[in-house]
Design a protein around this ligand. Structure first.
Ligand SMILES: [Zn+2]
Length: 150
């Protein structure tokens, strides 16, 4: 990751913005209720009685709802009633929301890490002028001034 050389004030401002974004994401986590793993599936079944209507693939029993997840590497399935479906639909949605928030927190942290370690220039105008004068950092210092003002 590379950044243009920024003033101390601009870096501080951007780090503060990262902190604010991060705090907002943490607040959203606070509002998330229970979570659970697994996925909800609507299934139709056959009771394997050859005289039952379900012997016809279009006449199977159901629909039923089930929650499927992995435990110790094995697939576990639990049949759910209507109330449970609503509950677990909410909890799996909460889980996905939490995962998304954690992902965003990692992104903000990554951004903050970039600013944290970014090359920086002194923040006073006179020092900027002297940097410009050297020619070595002249273009970068000028760019920083433009970006801060813009
Ligand atoms: Zn049947």
């Amino acid at each position: 990751m590379s950044h243009r050389r920024l003033s101390e004030a601009e870096l501080a401002r951007r780090l503060d913005a990262c902190r604010a974004d991060y705090a907002a994401l943490k607040n959203q986590i606070d509002a998330i209720g229970f979570i659970c793993e697994g996925s909800l599936n609507e299934v139709y079944t056959s009771c394997r009685n050859p005289n039952c209507r379900c012997a016809d693939p279009d006449q199977r029993h159901g629909p039923y709802w089930q929650l499927t997840w992995k435990h110790d590497g094995k697939t576990v399935t639990r049949r759910l009633n209507t109330d449970q479906v609503a509950l677990y639909r909410e909890w799996t949605a909460n889980r996905d929301k939490l995962a998304d928030l954690v992902y965003q927190m990692r992104r903000v942290s990554h951004r903050a890490g970039g600013y944290w370690s970014a090359p920086r220039i002194p923040d006073s105008g006179s020092q900027l002028d002297s940097l410009k004068g050297t020619g070595e950092y002249g273009n970068e210092a000028y760019e920083v001034q433009c970006r801060v003002q813009g």
